[in-house]
Design a protein around this ligand. Sequence first.
Ligand code: ZN
Length: 146
Amino acid sequence: MTGRPVGEPTAVAEAYRRALADERLIFQRCSVCANAWLPPRDECPRCLADQWSWEQASGRATVVSWVVYHTAYHPFFADKLPYTVAVVELQEGPRLISNLVGTADVAPGIDQVVGAEFVHESEQSLVVFRHPYRTPAAPPTATAPG
Ligand SMILES: [Zn+2]
């Protein structure tokens, strides 16, 4: 059995993965230049400052680019063909490479608004995106309208 290929287990990558396991999509924001980014890294990719903080993303994103894979370039994906890989831009600014799901029902498109979903596999959790974006359920309020 071949597992999903994963990146280097750095401290920031581990914090990101723990958040995904809790179904929270987080990103880093630079305390010096306010740049926001993913994937996790120790320094701001714009100004190289190492002063930053985590922020939680809304889960709303837009499709920047996408491609459908019909060939598995790693054995893990052999029984998952075809699948859609996309660059999405979070509402908060960071871009990440992820998968689009549900594309058999709704064809992907540039600028399509998509929402984050969390997938939990045996060894890790990851975020994927689906159209349409659905506003997260609001917490119950004390007064009901009408
Ligand atoms: Zn910076």
